[in-house]
Ligand binder design. Structure first.
Ligand SMILES: [Zn+2]
Length: 92
């Protein structure tokens, strides 16, 4: 399910409060879009088949020009509750 407008506002505010990179390292522009839903960055060990269901929940900022995508872990960013994933589990 896509983020609600209220969630989007809170997520963008959280990124702006903690991240200071404003230009895209891929193309140098500064036009970003918030991805519409949470992204799971899959964790794997070398040579081990992908274990479904394990990973790092993130929100994605996507450069509107080149598509470069930056991921922000929802727990380290402090938005786990906002995206409906609860409180941190091991994030400090
Ligand atoms: Zn770019």
């Amino acid at each position: 399910m896509a983020f609600t407008p209220e969630q989007e506002t809170k997520l963008i505010a959280a990124v702006q409060a903690k991240a200071n990179r404003k230009t895209c390292p891929g193309c140098g522009t500064s036009s970003w879009s918030l991805g519409p839903e949470t992204v799971l960055l899959q964790a794997t060990e070398p040579g081990v088949p992908i274990p479904l269901g394990r990973g790092y929940p993130c929100i994605a900022l996507i450069c509107r020009l080149c598509g470069n995508t930056q991921l922000y872990n929802v727990y380290y960013l402090g938005v786990g509750e906002i995206v409906g994933l609860g409180s941190p589990k091991g994030a400090t």
